[in-house]
Design a protein around this ligand. Structure first.
Ligand SMILES: Nc1ncnc2c1ncn2[C@@H]1O[C@H](COP(=O)(O)OP(=O)(O)OP(=O)(O)O)[C@@H](O)[C@H]1O
Length: 306
């Protein structure tokens, strides 16, 4: 991916009606989505939502019960492995704990028919050059994550599929990964990454696919999702009932919060203050609280852990 790609309008990844059952358990349920060139697509869902299972089917590592995944319009099951087209990091990365990071990458390079110099280049790229001769069994979780990324990047692929790439990285590592992925997208690359933490990945992704219990619950841009978080005004007053009826008459909604305050939806803080002032209701505190991305995530997925 040395030069920016020409956009053809075709999604690099297209998933249609993907379903995967393990016995009677449905891990992925009739899932359809796309991931496009020049964008980082985040694939979100709570633990056990079916992210890893779906990503395995996308890259041809798992056979769907129904539905299909396409890369550039070709069914993934009909494609030959091509490290220049597709790079994948899904744990476990398969590195033997007794081998060094460099030896692991060298064998992958040989297997994929890539030039041997790529090993040194990707070790440098992921910040593992100094640890290249250490055994993988001695690597920290963050280092193993970097090694998995190095393996995915060996062919400098146009499409990257990464399962929970942020796991185990420290804040500096997360920032480094964000820059790396944003740069690749800016050069026309397609990146699909999964995460169970929407807030943390928000600065990295452009598009959001969200699943819960194997089903799609939301697809759109991260900007739209950020805007969708409704704000709530938290009010403390000795005249909550009076204020509540004023708010309702003005078209808002109210409920009591656990701390004895009044939560107002549908009006902003200034409107609530104006209503109170007009009727001589004394307000002890007025705070506008915007729903965080984590709140939005929780609302959309129903906090659906299995
Ligand atoms: N090989 C398997 N055999 C049986 N059940 C499986 C298998 N792989 C996954 N599952 C089940 O499918 C469901 C989805 O699992 P999956 O690992 O895809 O979710 P996930 O969203 O990646 O979760 P996490 O964030 O916890 O990794 C879970 O209920 C899991 O127990």
């Amino acid at each position: 991916m040395t030069s920016p790609r020409t956009f053809t309008g075709d999604p690099d990844i297209r998933v249609e009606g993907l379903t995967k059952r393990y016995g009677r358990r449905t891990a992925v349920d009739d899932l359809s989505f796309t991931a496009r060139p020049g964008r980082v697509t985040g694939f979100f869902g709570p633990n056990g939502a079916g992210k890893t299972t779906a990503l395995k089917a996308v890259v041809g590592l798992a056979r769907p019960t129904a539905g299909r995944a396409f890369l550039r319009g070709t069914p993934v099951t009909a494609m030959k492995p091509d490290a220049r087209l597709l790079g994948v990091h899904i744990e476990p990365c398969g590195a033997h704990p007794g081998r060094t990071g460099r030896a692991h990458l060298r064998s992958l390079t040989a297997l994929a028919g890539l030039p041997r110099r790529r090993v040194g280049e990707v070790l440098e790229l992921v910040g593992l050059a100094d640890a290249a001769t250490r055994r993988v069994g001695k690597y920290s979780m963050g280092m193993r994550q970097r090694l998995g990324l190095a393996a995915a990047l060996l062919g400098d692929p146009e499409i990257l599929v990464l399962d929970e790439p942020v796991n185990g990285l420290d804040p500096e590592g997360i920032r480094w990964l964000r820059t790396l992925l944003r740069d690749r997208a800016a050069n026309g690359g397609t990146i699909l990454l999964s995460s169970h933490m929407l807030g943390e990945a928000a600065q990295t992704v452009d598009d959001v696919i969200m699943i819960a219990r194997g089903r799609l619950v939301h697809a759109g841009t991260i900007r739209d999702l950020e805007r969708s978080g409704e704000s709530v005004v938290v009010v403390r007053t000795g005249a909550a009932e009076r204020l509540s009826s004023l708010v309702v008459a003005a078209g808002g909604r109210t409920k009591r919060d656990d701390g004895g305050g009044l939560l107002v939806e549908g009006l902003d803080a200034a409107e609530v203050a104006r209503l109170a002032h007009r009727d001589g209701v004394l307000l002890e505190e007025v705070v506008q609280r915007t729903a965080s991305l984590e709140d939005v995530f929780f609302d959309l997925t129903g906090g659906a852990n299995r």
